[in-house]
Each structure stands twice: as C-alpha cells, then as structure tokens.
Design a protein around this ligand. Structure first.
Ligand SMILES: [Zn+2]
Length: 246
C-alpha cells in the first residue's frame, strides 16, 4: 500500500527500478534472517553447553573424561538424538504433518524449509541432548557448523562421482544418500541420518540407492492429490490438512 502511494505521488524520481531495490532489500532480509537463525539456534545450544559446564550438569560434566574422548563422544551423542528425533518426525501424527513441509520439494533451499513447529521441536531436542550429555562447548559449536554444512550439501541437486560418494557415505551424509530419504515412495522412511550415517546402518534404516534410480525416482510427498503448492501460506497450513504417509 505504502509502495503504491510512493509510486503514485513520488516526491522525487527513483534512482533505481523496483526490481533492483526489492531484490537487494529482499536479499538483505534473507541474510539477516539466516543470521538470526544461526545466532539463536546455534547460540542457544552453545549457551546451554556453557550453563551445563558451569553448573556441572550432564554425563560428561560429572565423569572425568579426557577432552580427546569427550569431544567425539559428545558429537556422536547429539547426532544420535537428532537421528532419533528425525524418526519420531516420520512416525507420529502431528510431527509428520509438520515435517511434510520439509519433504514437499527438494533442492538446496530445502535445507532451510521447516515448519515453525518442527523448528521449535528440533531446538528443544537439541538443547535436551546438550544438557543430558553435558556436551563440551567446542563440541557443540563444531557440531552446529558441521550440521549446517552437511545439511546444505545433503539437499543439493549435485552429482558427486559414485566412487567418491561410496567412500564419503561410510562417514557422513551425501546428496545421493539423502535423496533416497526425499523419495515419494515408502523409501522416504530410510536414511534418516543428519551427519553420521552409522545410525542408519546400526538400526537397519539404511538404503544404498532409490529403487527407481536417481533420475526416475519421484521426489516429494506420497499423495500429490492433496499436496499443496509451495506457496508460503499453503506450507504453513500443511500440518493441519489431512494427508497419508506412503
Ligand atoms: Zn524426513
């Protein structure tokens, strides 16, 4: 409205066109939101680690474990909780409804697309994990950085040579590994890992490749009849719609 008024009765001519100004201002908005997301989500877990260390809360703060052991142990601990949380998201009614927002499409930006309910649930689970394990501050910071990097890579529509992928996935998630999880077929209930793939191998939820191959597999939600468009409000309301899981 204010923009329309500005255009109709300009006090002075505009230096730049609407597209130039809006795209750059929109870009700044997204950048700031990402920054806030990083500071609040990651800063929150680091803050919790600091609080637990100061007050001797959590397993690793109660038992005298050398840092060289505590560091990887703590990272594995948080990652296991995140893997378990991802399984919960697929198995329980409203959790799955919220998680469908993330599954409704796949590209690089999917790593950012989570329903607010899921984002809140994830932060609570991660804070809980940090408190239970008494995770060292450095391990939390390292985990957050690694998660951001691998989560973005995992959602990328990028081709990594098969042999390289085969080696990498013994340790961490790759785009081909995670694409199986974004299948519209029941194989979406495989490959839950966020960083370390050993959890899927240990608990029998590992699937090497999609049944129909990476080019022919269908991505997204199982029931496209009810699937929404990717419009903002459709995604926000998605958890309140009735849909079945494939
Ligand atoms: Zn999922």
């Amino acid at each position: 409205m204010a923009c329309a008024i500005e255009r109709t009765w300009p006090r002075r001519p505009f230096k730049y066109g609407v597209f130039t100004r809006w795209s750059s201002n929109g870009g700044m908005l997204v950048t700031n939101m990402l920054m806030v997301r990083t500071v609040f989500a990651s800063g929150g877990t680091v803050g919790m680690a600091y609080y637990c260390a100061e007050n001797e809360i959590g397993l690793l703060n109660l038992v005298d474990v050398p840092q060289v052991v505590a560091f990887p142990l703590a990272m594995l601990g948080i990652d296991f909780v995140m893997w378990f949380q991802h399984r919960l998201l697929h198995q329980f009614g409203f959790l799955w409804r919220a998680h469908q927002v993330h599954h409704s499409d796949l590209d690089l930006t999917t790593a950012l697309r989570f329903h607010p309910f899921e984002a809140f649930f994830t932060v609570l689970m991660r804070l809980g994990a940090v408190a239970i394990f008494g995770t060292p501050i450095l391990a939390v910071a390292a985990y957050e950085i690694l998660l951001e990097a691998l989560d973005t890579l995992g959602h990328a529509a990028v081709r990594i040579p098969t042999r390289v992928d085969a080696v990498l996935r013994w340790v961490h998630v790759t785009p081909d590994y995670h694409r199986v999880h974004h299948s519209a077929a029941p194989e979406m209930n495989r490959n839950y890992a966020l960083i370390f793939t050993l959890w899927d191998r240990l608990f029998g939820t590992y699937q090497a490749q999609p049944e129909k191959g990476h080019l022919k597999m269908k991505l997204g939600l199982p029931d496209r009849r009810e699937a929404p468009t990717l419009h903002y409000f459709s995604l926000l309301l998605l958890p309140f719609r009735s849909m079945r899981q494939g």
